[in-house]
Design a protein around this ligand. Structure first.
Ligand SMILES: Cc1cc2nc3c(=O)[nH]c(=O)nc-3n(C[C@H](O)[C@H](O)[C@H](O)COP(=O)(O)OP(=O)(O)OC[C@H]3O[C@@H](n4cnc5c(N)ncnc54)[C@H](O)[C@@H]3O)c2cc1C
Length: 488
């Protein structure tokens, strides 16, 4: 007979692991299944040749007071993962009109914020500075009900209410690209302002001691400590549904029963693949099929034979290389700017134990289409490599080896391709107008007992933080459902 649980969580990404840990802590008998050999999904930390690193650049925001801290507190595990929010951790590089790269070093801590750093980086004159400051004050002071009213407006349209110079638009374009991996002209203003306020209160550039993905590892250990079970290397092939009600899952290692299944596999792969379109009505299906994924980050991992980078995170941008919708179309056609946008994270700067003594690993990425079959991916990586060598000429003599990753790697590690040009997305669903705030897909599906968790439903914010936020919210919904069932 199949093993029976109170709830099965499909996927141990940040969203699934957060939700499962909270449910197990609240007394539900939980089974977590993931096809990978490690928890963490897109934010997994791997170990290789004495290094520990994420497969691509990952740092989090907010730094202080994040959902991760709240979840660790509820689990009684605050001492198990040290949250790192160092000073002098991040460098912004901006190529000014004269072609020179200007640089500004920042801290992950809100109390260290230097209000003059950005005006100096962008070389703003008095009038531009005053207007840029006015935008920031308006956005940071906006009350929640006004933010809610911005679901249908793009952030570009919100900024168009001000007279901003190109350098400030480029800054915001870069910020939206890096935080949400979508363009300024599509991102929902409500999502951008809410997240900006979180970053202003709590800083940004958080990392976790032992590797970013250690958080998901600890959450899965907590499931087991609370009497649940975590089965890795186990692919869910089908979510079992009978008469519109969930009954469990079928995996490559047998079947498991539960009245509640929470899927972290992505809304499109879950509805169209694992559950099956036949269980949903036409309106729900057409909404799910029409959902747009975030863009991708593709890139390179540099393994260096000496410590080369001094800081934990670098972002290099210019007026030409932040991406809006028209520029992505050019990337898709194989036309790239001379220097592409660069996002570079060096894990051992945050935690020196993550690299062998005297060595370093730098995880570099740039923005790209989420299509796992993108034809110009390797050419884009060549351009990224050339940009990196121009920005940091000394890196040349330190490189021991370089790995490459594309959207197809992100897809095979995490979510199945369920609709054309989807799978390699960096975040999950794009946080664009029509998909955020009151338009965000509900974590509850029309199938009784089937829930969605992770970046596709229920949460808001930047990448991993959105996934954790969803995990917290979905755990609350599922706990209520479980208790109601138990009471009747
Ligand atoms: C290149 C790149 C750079 C990024 N940089 C940042 C960053 O700097 N900061 C940030 O906050 N975020 C960043 N992100 C985004 C962030 O990592 C993701 O948004 C977040 O981790 C997604 O979490 P999730 O829980 O929604 O899902 P996922 O991480 O996608 O997890 C889904 C899990 O479900 C499992 N699964 C799927 N199907 C099945 C199945 N059939 N059976 C069993 N298991 C299954 C997968 O194996 C996976 O473990 C980055 C992502 C990428 C790809």
């Amino acid at each position: 007979m199949a093993e029976r649980y109170d709830a099965i969580v499909v996927g141990a990404g940040i969203g699934g692991a957060t939700c499962a840990a909270l449910l197990a802590r609240r007394g539900l008998r939980v089974l977590v299944l993931d096809k990978n050999s490690l928890p963490g999904g897109k934010a997994m930390t791997v170990s290789k040749r004495g290094f520990r690193y994420e497969l691509w650049p990952i740092v989090g925001g907010p730094a202080i007071g994040s959902q991760f801290s709240r979840v660790l507190d509820e689990l009684g595990l605050a001492g198990e993962v040290e949250i790192l929010a160092p000073k002098e951790k991040s460098v912004l590089l901006y190529r000014r009109a004269d072609g020179e790269w200007a640089r500004s070093v920042g801290s992950a801590r809100p109390e260290d914020a230097n209000p003059m750093a950005l005006p100096e980086l962008l070389a703003l004159g008095e009038t531009d500075f005053a207007e840029a400051a006015r935008v920031l004050m308006d956005l940071l002071g906006m009350p929640p009900h006004e933010i809610d009213a911005l679901d249908d407006l793009s952030f570009a349209d919100l900024l168009a209410r001000y007279r901003l110079p190109q350098s400030v638009i480029s800054y915001w374009g870069m910020w939206i690209n890096i935080v949400f991996v979508v363009p300024l002209d599509l991102v929902a203003a409500s999502e951008a302002v809410r997240t900006l306020q979180d970053f202003s209160r709590g800083g940004a550039g958080r990392y976790h001691a032992g590797g970013f993905g250690r958080m998901a590892e600890v959450f899965c250990q907590s499931v087991e400590r609370c009497g649940g079970r975590v089965l890795l290397r186990t692919r869910v092939e089908r979510i079992a549904i009978s008469d519109g009600v969930v009954t469990g899952v079928v995996t490559d290692r047998g079947s498991f029963e539960a009245p509640i299944v929470v899927s972290n596999a992505g809304i499109q792969p879950t509805v169209l693949g694992l559950a099956g379109a036949e269980h949903f009505d036409g309106a729900y299906l057409s909404r799910v099929r029409g959902l747009v994924p975030s863009w991708a980050i593709v890139g390179l991992r540099y393994f260096l034979d000496r410590p080369f980078f001094e800081h934990g995170m670098y972002i290099a941008f210019s007026d030409e290389n932040y991406l809006h919708a028209a520029r992505l179309a050019e990337i898709k056609a194989g036309k790239f700017p001379e220097d592409v946008l660069v996002f570079n994270v060096v894990p051992s700067i945050y935690d020196p134990s993550l690299a062998p003594t005297g060595k370093q690993c730098a995880l570099v990425g740039t923005i790209c289409t989420p299509d796992p079959d993108f034809a110009h991916g390797d050419a884009l990586l060549d351009r990224l490599d050339a940009t990196v060598r121009r920005l940091w000429p000394g890196i040349e003599g330190c490189i021991e080896s370089v790995d490459r990753y594309l959207g197809s790697d992100v897809s095979s590690l995490t979510r199945d391709r369920a609709v054309p040009a989807q799978g390699g997305e960096c975040i999950g669903l794009a946080q664009i107008v029509g998909q955020c705030g009151r338009h965000k897909p509900d974590a509850r599906t029309p199938v009784r007992g089937l829930y969605l968790v992770g970046c596709d439903a229920g949460g808001y914010g930047c990448g991993t933080h959105q996934a954790a936020d969803s995990g917290v919210r979905v755990a609350d919904i599922v706990t209520r459902e479980h208790r109601t069932r138990a009471a009747i």
